[in-house]
Every structure is written in structure tokens, then in C-alpha cells.
Write a protein that binds this ligand. Structure first.
Ligand code: ATP
Length: 211
């Protein structure tokens, strides 16, 4: 099941909690993207495309420098973002395929793919359905205040993603995470159950087992 929503809507938090309570397997799209940047083949291609300016002295990709090149309204930003995706997405997709296969093999009751850019990247092809996590702008802003982003950083990132209205329209279901986290998790689990025609039982505290 895919999870989309605005920045700070609580996708990752809901997914983690659903995993703790119901044993759902998690795939973190952001983490997969970050891992892709550590792979030699990816780094070599990025160096060819973006030059040395996006690398730290230890040879790792400096994500903030890369973000400045790809998040923005200009045609140059859009071309840079398309090239970044051309380089990293095959690796990310491979990771998704492997994680879904291993979660299925280990009997996980469901797999959640938490990826803000799921629709932009076409990753709904991995999903039986997509849930949109809704929270008002002011709630999202206050939740992520600790990230220390400026208003300009926020706008650049949101502008580089599909509009929230469009994401909501494309999703199969909408859940609210404006208030209680556990209510949002309950709504997610009900949505997954409805879309997959299954019911889920809360896990005990024994890791990995469902009773
Ligand atoms: P991003 O798209 O940037 O990855 P996200 O949608 O995954 O963001 P989270 O990182 O899960 O959002 O949540 C943002 C912050 O909001 C976190 O600090 C989280 O603890 C907090 N948060 C999420 N849901 C709730 C809730 N229901 N009540 C209070 N705080 C919440």
C-alpha cells in the first residue's frame, strides 16, 4: 500500500506505528533514495552529470548541495531533477522489488511504501492502492519546524512535488492525521483492509509475530 501526503503530514510516523502495532513491513522511499546516493555506480554517474560541487571532501554526496541543484522552479532545475531520477530510480526500484519479495516471503500481513513522490515517480505500480495522509498546512508547518527549513526551502520542496490536490485526487483513500496518531493508524489499517479485502489483528509485543 502506498502512502502519500504533504511534507510533515505524518506519513513516516503513521507507517512506523502501523508496523509496531500490526507487523506491517515498511519501505521508506526517502531512505532508499539516500542509500542509492551511496552506491559507487550512482556516484560516478552523478559526478559526470553534476561535477565535484555536490560531493563532500570524503567523497560522499552532499545532499543539501544536490537539493539546491534539483529543487527549484527553473528549467535547469527540472532538467537536473530528471537526470537525478534517471540515475537513481532504477536502483531504488530494485530495492523496492527486493523488499516486497522478502516481506511477502516472511509473511508480513501488508507492506507500506512511504514515499512522498510516489505518483511523480510512478511507484504506484508496486501498490494495490494508495492512501493520502491529510493534515492542514499550519499543522504540517509546526510539526516540521524542528527541521530548521526556511520558508523558501519549504516552498522549493513543495513546488518540486505534484500539488497536494492532485495527489489526493489520485489516491484511493484519504485519512486524516490532523490530531491523534493512533486514530490515523486505525484509519490506515481499515483502509488497507478494505482495499485488500482482509482484516488485520493487532500484534503482541513479541517482535515479528501476529496473534
Ligand atoms: P516528509 O514527507 O517530510 O518525510 P512525513 O509526512 O513523513 O514528512 P513525519 O516525518 O512522519 O512526516 O512527521 C513529521 C513530524 O510530525 C514528526 O516530528 C512526527 O513526530 C510529527 N507527527 C506526525 N503525526 C503526528 C500526530 N498525529 N500528532 C503529533 N505529531 C505528529
Amino acid at each position: 500500500m502506498g502512502l502519500v501526503g504533504g511534507i510533515g503530514s505524518g506519513k513516516s510516523t503513521i507507517a512506523r506505528r502501523a508496523s509496531e502495532r500490526f507487523g506491517f513491513a515498511l519501505i521508506d522511499g526517502d531512505a532508499a533514495g539516500h542509500r542509492a546516493l551511496t552506491m559507487n555506480d550512482v556516484r560516478n554517474q552523478l559526478k559526470e552529470r553534476f561535477g565535484d560541487g555536490i560531493f563532500s571532501t570524503d567523497g560522499s554526496v552532499e545532499r543539501s548541495a544536490l537539493a539546491r541543484r534539483v529543487f527549484g522552479a527553473s528549467a535547469e532545475h527540472a532538467a537536473a531533477k530528471a537526470d537525478l531520477e534517471r540515475i537513481t530510480h532504477p536502483v531504488i526500484r530494485q530495492e523496492f522489488r527486493e523488499k516486497i519479495a522478502s516481506a511477502t516471503a516472511s509473511g508480513a500481513p501488508a507492506v507500506l511504501l512511504d514515499a512522498a513522490v510516489l505518483f511523480e515517480a510512478g511507484w504506484q505500480e508496486f501498490c494495490d492502492g494508495v492512501v493520502y495522509v491529510d493534515a492542514p498546512d499550519e499543522v504540517r508547518h509546526s510539526r516540521i519546524a524542528e527541521r530548521g527549513w526556511t520558508a523558501a526551502d519549504w516552498r522549493r520542496r513543495e513546488a518540486s512535488q505534484m500539488s497536494l490536490d492532485e495527489k489526493r485526487r489520485r489516491a484511493n483513500m484519504v485519512i486524516s492525521n490532523a490530531a491523534s496518531l493512533d486514530e490515523a493508524v486505525d484509519a490506515l489499517v481499515a483502509a488497507v483492509g478494505e482495499m485488500c479485502d482482509r482484516s488485520f489483528v493487532e500484534s503482541t509485543s513479541v517482535a515479528g509475530s501476529t496473534v
